[in-house]
Design a protein around this ligand. Structure first.
Ligand code: FPP
Length: 254
């Protein structure tokens, strides 16, 4: 047992055993609002504060990749009013946080079918992505209009097109090829997935990439989720033994 004191700000974490990539399913905004007799949109607004806190937390402790499931392909089926509000909130976030991201060396990236986003949101997104492209402290990846199955379908179509064009033969297709042709091509697989609100499913998030990821489910609703609980999850992660299907410890699957 470690005799180190448990700090509220994560300074007791072992920097050598931090996850390199944390993925989060931000769930429970609607229930958070309902419990307070607020509307769902107010829940999403409060959820945006947790987004800021998580970005700050990853930056502080030195986690280089954070992926947030901000809007799924299925979320397009929500009432138009809610979809519009989520898009407006995203746009506001992109515009308001641009300078803060820049100041803190954060690079913004996205995965998903961003062609489906309203043009103004897409434009803000592309602007911030371009402006922050050379930052290297933290890569903040927003999953937007993202679905794991749709990502795999898009990859399979490219694969078929490359084979049809005579640029690819079956023997060249291996898991590295597939990884390189997903939206996450230059992003390592997540080391840990955190889902808030007590739901224990992955809801079409990063289906390929989560093969060896550690999962953590917390009953806390996303707007109530904060740095203190996040650091506690990281402490717990640092105690886990990752075997990647092997019997020895600490080995990388590659
Ligand atoms: C799930 O909660 C949450 C979403 C579908 C949207 C997530 C968006 C945010 C946290 C805010 C904005 C994001 C950024 C990046 C600025 P839910 O509505 O499904 O909650 P419920 O299950 O309790 O109804």
């Amino acid at each position: 047992m470690s005799s180190k004191r448990i700090s509220r700000d994560g300074e007791d974490l072992d920097p050598g055993r931090l996850p390199q990539h944390v993925a989060m399913i931000m769930d429970g905004n609607g229930r958070w609002a309902k419990r307070r007799l607020l509307n769902r949109i107010q829940g999403h607004e409060k959820g945006a504060d947790t987004v800021r806190a998580m970005v700050e937390a990853c930056r502080e402790v030195g986690i280089p990749f954070l992926t947030l499931y901000a809007f799924s392909t299925e979320n397009w089926q929500r009432p138009k009013r809610e979809v519009d509000a989520l898009m407006a909130l995203l746009n506001k976030f992109l515009q308001n946080e641009r300078d803060e991201l820049q100041k803190n060396g954060i690079r913004l990236a996205f995965i998903g079918e961003i062609a489906r986003l309203p043009p103004r949101v897409r434009q803000s997104l592309e602007e911030v992505v371009a402006a922050t492209a050379s930052n290297d402290k933290l890569r903040l990846v927003l999953a937007l209009s993202y679905g794991g199955r749709s990502e795999i379908v898009r990859m399979a179509r490219r694969l078929a097109a490359d084979v049809a064009a005579g640029q690819l033969v079956a023997a060249q297709i291996d898991s590295e090829w597939i990884s390189r042709h997903l939206d996450t091509a230059d992003i390592p697989d997540p080391d840990i997935l955190i889902r808030t609100s007590g739901e224990m499913r992955i809801s079409n998030f990063l289906l390929w990439q989560l093969a060896y990821t550690e999962f953590h489910f917390t009953p806390t609703l996303w707007p109530d989720f904060g740095k203190e609980e996040f650091f506690q999850i990281l402490r717990n992660y640092q105690q886990r033994e990752r075997r990647f299907g092997k019997v020895d410890t600490g080995a990388d699957p590659a």
